[in-house]
Design a protein around this ligand. Structure first.
Ligand code: TYM
Length: 354
């Protein structure tokens, strides 16, 4: 265990519409964590260039993620909501981490392999270095807990590797400056400047799957819009997508074991459970033995009752951009001050004159 003061950090990319996977896998957890923690939530606009270099409306996409955070219940006064490019210390620390991390570590990332596809030589250097910037996002605040969906697990393991290598490489400098905190890694005592982050992946929906194929992740980049429920979808669209969602011919089983080998049924029950804050077992006690023709309308009603107020509040917030812009400006200022405190120490540890 680490003795670092607990701090929650997470980020979401402003690329395309947010979907139910982002909401259940990440944003809903952000909201729950703010009750008992100091939290920083970031719209990672620098990262979004690795997916799309030129956006038609980047400002609009950044505002829309910030609006989704706030409409979902994040309190930007008690916590910090900002966009990454407003805090240049992220990019500064990412450069240092590019020199700490090894190319082999980056090459092993499954997201890099998926996104680069067959033509790796032609992928941007930014896409390869993506996890290094992600580590910087978290560690520039020395954050300890990171709520994310299951697809980010490998990136967070890499964040720990980068933190550990920095701590060990600069061990003597960290000790001399008296800036570290004693932790134990395995049996080893280490005077650490950066914490070993704890991923927070568990939850009712760590991996929401496509509505068209229960073996594929629900994703912004799926060409079929029917594969996902977007936070901006209206009730009619949500209803149509759930009615058309792929299922198998059997009815619902009465226990969780009965979902094995039935990815689409498992996914819909998981979505229902997450939206209702119930367990899958509990949902199956209610719907076991019923046909999808009964379950799907109940899921539509539930999804609309949870999402419609968020969608409504998002469009209200986005109607007057000055409010969202003021929130991001204020969050950016507070984030910058905290990030600069870390970077002053990091520059000192490394030996840069300042
Ligand atoms: P991004 O923008 O792709 O996704 C935002 C969050 O949504 C989660 N998520 C899902 N959860 C469950 N089921 C799904 N189908 C699903 N799809 C997406 C993601 O796991 C994520 O938590 N690299 C990050 C952004 C990032 C970040 C960070 C996160 C940059 N720096 C620092 C944490 C800490 C990403 O691309 O998320």
């Amino acid at each position: 265990m680490s003795n670092f003061p607990p701090l929650v950090f997470s980020g979401v990319q402003p690329t395309g519409n947010l979907h139910l996977g982002n909401y259940l896998g990440a944003i809903r957890k952000f909201v729950a964590l703010q009750e008992n923690n100091d939290c920083i939530y970031c719209v990672v606009d620098l990262h979004s260039l690795t997916a799309q270099l030129v956006h038609e409306d980047l400002p609009g996409q950044i505002r829309s993620i910030a609006a989704a955070f706030i409409a979902s219940g994040i309190d930007p006064k008690a916590h910090i909501v900002f966009n990454q490019s407003a805090v240049p210390q992220h990019a500064e620390l990412a450069w240092i981490f590019n020199c700490v991390a090894r190319i082999g570590w980056m090459n092993r990332m499954t997201q890099f392999k998926d996104k680069a596809g067959k033509d790796r030589e032609n992928a941007s250097l930014g896409l390869l270095a993506y996890p290094s910037l992600m580590a910087a996002d978290i560690l520039v605040y020395r954050a300890t807990h990171v709520p994310v969906g299951d697809d980010q697990k490998q990136h967070l393991e890499l964040t720990r590797d980068i933190a550990m290598k920095f701590n060990l490489d600069y061990q003597a400098h960290i000790r001399n400056g008296g800036k570290g905190i004693d932790i134990t890694v395995g049996e080893e005592p280490v005077h650490a400047y950066f914490p070993m982050v704890e991923p927070m992946i568990d939850g009712p929906a760590p991996r929401v799957m496509s509505l068209r194929d229960g073996t594929k992740k629900m994703s912004k980049s799926d060409p079929s819009d029917l594969s996902r429920i977007n936070l901006v979808d209206d009730a009619e669209t949500i209803s149509r997508k759930i009615r058309k969602a792929k299922t198998d011919p059997d009815g619902l089983p009465s226990d969780v074991e009965g979902l094995a080998g039935r990815p689409e049924a498992d996914n819909l029950v998981g979505i229902y459970a997450a939206l209702a804050d119930r367990t899958k077992a509990d949902v199956l006690t209610e719907f076991g033995g019923q046909q999808f023709s009964v379950f799907k309308p109940a899921l539509v009603d539930l999804a609309v009752s949870v999402l419609a107020p968020i969608t409504g509040e998002m469009s209200r917030l986005l109607a007057d951009t000055s409010h969202i812009d003021a929130i991001l400006r204020d969050g950016g200022e507070r984030a910058r001050a905290r990030a600069e405190t870390t970077m002053r120490e990091v520059r000192d540890i490394i030996g840069f004159l300042q």
